[in-house]
Design a protein around this ligand. Structure first.
Ligand code: ATP
Length: 270
């Protein structure tokens, strides 16, 4: 059987309500939603709709979530793949798989294509080029550029890509008519962490007096993904202790556990 190349989701339920904070980034992607919904309005005076935008920021800050919310808000199908899977799984056929992906997206246009970890495909060419797998990666990257250049002005497929290493990307990707917009998705500040807590506390049975100001002050440096993790972990800790709702101490224990995990991860990485 054929390994799965990409995910296709047609009825995306994620909306901007699920994305806390990130006001600037949301404003910028709102434009993309508008382009997808009313392309004719925007091209009527001869303007060209952008083909791609790069979401740049640290891991776990909501880049994937935001891309999915664009599809959900515009009610268009969401085609997604990860650059790293792609390079590993499809030795020898990367370029033809890229062609397939774009063909399917164009057939279902308007649509969003989302490429996570684009740096795995899109690193600057011609460096460390010792192995065959690098040629493979270059072929895949070249095909991606070809596909984006081949879009007509009325194709109405917008490609979003995410990276936490914009500095290593091949400059050809950022040229006009490709990923010529960059949208920054940063770690949340204390106010944004509070909003993220509020989103992830929605499904949780919590103590009535639980103070999200307190929680957001206890979590400097946490990403949205870390906060989602804290909320889940706290609910499990409380349940394990036979509680009927999740309280302040459960959250503090969950924070400790996640801080421990983050420290371990950093140690391994350095
Ligand atoms: P990576 O670079 O590791 O792929 P990412 O930036 O794409 O990370 P996401 O996968 O979007 O991060 O985030 C992981 C999860 O963390 C989300 O599904 C969501 O539950 C939570 N999350 C992250 N950021 C936010 C946010 N701003 N608001 C609400 N939830 C968030």
């Amino acid at each position: 059987s054929k390994a799965k190349l990409f995910d296709e989701k047609t009825d995306v339920k994620t909306t901007f309500k699920d994305v806390a904070g990130l006001e600037g980034a949301k404003e910028e992607v709102q434009e993309i939603v508008d382009f997808l919904k009313q392309p004719d309005k925007y091209t009527s005076l001869g303007g060209k709709i952008p083909k791609g935008a790069l979401l740049v920021g640290p891991p776990g800050t909501g880049k994937t979530l935001l891309a999915r919310a664009v599809a959900g808000e515009a009610q268009v199908p969401f085609f997604s793949l990860s650059g790293s899977d792609f390079v590993e799984m499809f030795v020898g056929v990367g370029a033809s798989r890229v062609r397939d992906l774009f063909k399917q997206a164009k057939d279902k246009a308007p649509a969003i294509i989302f490429i996570d970890e684009i740096d795995a495909i899109g690193r600057a060419r011609g460096k460390n080029n010792f192995s065959g797998s690098n040629d493979e990666r270059e072929n895949t990257l070249n095909q991606l550029l070809t596909e984006m250049d081949g879009f007509g002005t009325n194709t109405n497929v917008i490609v979003l890509a995410a990276t936490n290493r914009a500095d290593v990307l091949d400059k050809a990707l950022m040229r006009a008519g490709r990923f010529d917009r960059q949208i920054y998705v940063d770690l949340p500040d204390v106010r944004e962490r509070k909003e993220i807590f509020e989103v992830h506390l929605r499904p949780i049975k919590k103590d009535e007096n639980l103070d999200t100001d307190f929680l957001s002050k206890q979590t400097p440096g946490f990403s949205g993904a870390d906060i989602a993790n804290v909320c889940n972990e706290a609910a499990l800790i409380a349940a394990r202790n036979g509680k009927k709702s999740v309280g302040r101490q459960d959250f503090l224990d969950a924070v400790d556990r996640i801080v421990g995990g983050l420290e371990k991860k950093n140690k391994i990485m350095t």
